[in-house]
Design a protein around this ligand. Structure first.
Ligand code: NAG
Ligand code: NAG
Ligand code: NAG
Ligand code: NAG
Length: 185
């Protein structure tokens, strides 16, 4: 009986230890985080960023915060151009360079695709969490970069820049760049 109890405790201790090492417990072991953020409006009669910054959330965690005021509502169609750069003597194109119909992606986001992962992550902290059209300003509220966003992607550690450009009615309107650092544990 005593032997059985101690084996069980040993297993629990091992699980806790492993969980901690792998950063599974509560994200405390995670080193990936946003390191910078930039927002550009190409036409301030169409849209203005009143907020675009990273907040320090403690323990090396950062949250991306953004407020985009839109002056031409509703937004009925939207395209994104994605490109990802990895830093290596300056930022070099790395992964992606495609355009996507954002409204379609929202209606049918495949969680196994890279875009699906990003969109679903954004949804958790944003009022973009419904399908088109949009009839309101766009808010991103302390979105954290979490390792599980990328759990299905073999992204090597390093510094990255993700540049997202958004178009409506076939005109590029705004650009949002986020920089993140990925560290393996
Ligand atoms: C900026 O946007 C406004 C409102 O949509 C439009 O009337 C104007 O032509 C745009 N300016 C440029 C330079 O595209
Ligand atoms: C993206 O693709 C276009 C056309 O395929 C190409 O001209 C452009 O240089 C590419 N940009 C990057 C950053 O790879
Ligand atoms: C994405 O934007 C880049 C940079 O402006 C451009 O060269 C490229 O053609 C765009 N890609 C697509 C697929 O439209
Ligand atoms: C979107 O997020 C807001 C704020 O978190 C929430 O109140 C709303 O119910 C969400 N909508 C959907 C469709 O999930």
């Amino acid at each position: 009986m005593i032997a059985l109890v101690s084996v069980r405790w040993l297993l629990i201790a091992a699980a806790v230890l492993l969980g901690g090492l792998l950063g599974l417990s509560d994200g405390r072991g995670s080193k990936s985080r946003f390191t910078n953020m930039e927002c550009i409006s190409y036409n301030e009669s169409f849209a203005v960023f009143t907020k675009c910054k990273l907040n320090l959330l403690g323990r090396g965690r950062t949250g991306a915060q953004m407020y985009l005021k839109l002056f031409q509502l509703p937004v009925k169609n939207c395209w994104i151009n994605w490109s990802i750069y990895r830093r290596y003597n300056g930022f070099r194109p790395f992964l992606y360079n495609v355009s996507t119909n954002f409204c379609q992606l929202l209606e049918n986001s495949n969680v196994l695709s890279f875009q699906g992962l990003v969109i679903n992550a954004i949804m958790t902290r944003s009022n973009l969490n419904h399908t088109c059209p949009y009839t309101h300003d766009i808010i991103l509220d302390n979105l954290e970069f979490k390792d599980d966003f990328l759990k299905n992607l073999p992204l090597p550690q390093g510094n990255y820049k993700v540049e997202l450009r958004f178009a409506t009615d076939k005109i590029w309107r705004v650009q949002v760049s986020v920089f993140f650092e990925r560290e393996e544990l």
